[in-house]
Ligand binder design. Structure first.
Ligand code: P6P
Length: 341
């Protein structure tokens, strides 16, 4: 008789979700099912993105490809597939998406007792796909506020980020990762294409208190608030004792810049600019989910004065200035902004 000696130490996303369900004694598996379907949709989108470089063979968006199918813009493809996956769970009663001006309410004959609403940017930074730069999906999950069994409405979405029950992102990069939190730490899963599973690769992510990377589009320097200009100068001072000058790293894809800084330490800044007086990034489905991830990993996220997660949303597509990353670096940005006021 041969004794099995190999240890199979892979934890798949689904195993992890089930294991962690014990953290929520009253959970009946609804959130687990939602998270599982986020993983399924991410795999479908990942497969499509990996072929994006073959547009000349597969056809450009708006074309009809050799199979006679309409070639879709990838962000619309991602939007449709996440909506379909979430609708199929029956656990989500409505979705707010960066791609749609209004919310999508699942009220066409489905049981309207979905307990959750879902906010997402289905494919952030999609303009980067043509140049083969990583892009991402960002998502945020809330308990609905309206009565179960009735159609959801805007009030279910205009909740502060502190009310999120889960938040995360998928980064479609050199490898595809799903990083999420349900309020008990941050865990990262890498897609193993050979088995088609997201596998736990970054357990309990903690972001360094301080880093040496700052990420900002310095092309907008002329119109930055004075405090941001002061912070950039602070980063560029030659002072080996404080590891300055820091390194400037800006990919122009929020999920990529945030993910790198989360793991290595650093701060991402998107201030108000002349073109975007309120900032460019959206509170509901970009800043709040990233802020929850950052705080759960020991970091910080603010609009320069307020904690992002406490900003009361007034509009589905509201924009805010966004400073996120290593706690001490965000605090330095806030100090520079306060001193310059
Ligand atoms: P800018 C991509 O278009 C995006 O929404 C984010 O992913 C990214 O962080 C930001 O915009 C980049 O904006 O103005 O620097 O090109």
């Amino acid at each position: 008789m041969t004794r099995a000696t190999g240890t199979y130490n892979i934890t798949t996303l689904n195993e992890f979700i089930i294991e962690r369900q014990a953290d929520f004694p009253y959970a009946k598996g609804e959130l687990s099912r939602l998270l599982h379907h986020v993983g399924v949709a991410a795999k479908v989108v990942n497969k499509k993105i990996n072929k994006a470089g073959l547009v000349d063979i597969l056809g450009r968006a708006g074309d009809v490809n050799v199979q006679g199918e309409d070639v879709q813009k990838l962000d619309l493809f991602a939007n449709e597939h996440f909506i379909a996956a979430l609708r199929s769970t029956g656990e989500c009663c409505a979705i707010a998406s960066e791609e749609d001006q209004e919310i999508t309410v699942f009220d066409d004959g489905l049981p309207l007792d979905g307990k959750y609403v879902f906010c997402m940017d289905p494919l952030d930074g999609s303009s980067n796909i043509d140049v083969n730069v990583s892009v991402g999906t960002i998502f945020s999950i809330y308990r609905r506020r309206t009565e179960r069994g009735t159609p959801a409405d805007l009030s279910d979405f205009l909740q502060p980020g502190t009310e999120q029950v889960a938040a995360g992102y998928v980064i479609y990069g050199s490898s595809t990762m799903l990083v999420y939190t349900t309020g008990k730490g941050v865990n990262g899963f890498t897609l193993d294409p050979t088995i088609g599973e997201f596998c736990l690769s970054h357990p309990d992510i903690r972001t360094p208190e301080h880093g040496t990377i700052y990420s900002i589009n310095e092309g907008n320097y002329a119109h930055f608030p004075a405090g941001v200009k002061q912070f950039i100068k602070h980063c560029q001072v030659v002072d080996p004792d404080t590891h300055r000058p820091y390194t400037s790293r800006y990919i122009g894809s929020l999920v990529s810049d945030v993910h790198r800084n989360l793991l290595k330490g650093g701060v991402f800044l998107y201030p108000s600019t002349q073109k975007a007086p309120q900032g460019k990034l959206r509170l509901l489905y970009e800043c709040n989910p990233i802020a929850m991830i950052a705080e759960q990993a020991g970091g910080k996220a603010s609009d320069g004065a307020r904690r992002i997660l406490e900003i009361p949303p007034e509009d589905l597509h509201q924009r805010v200035p966004f400073y996120v990353g290593s706690r001490q670096m965000v605090e330095t940005v806030e100090r520079c902004l306060a001193e310059a006021r």
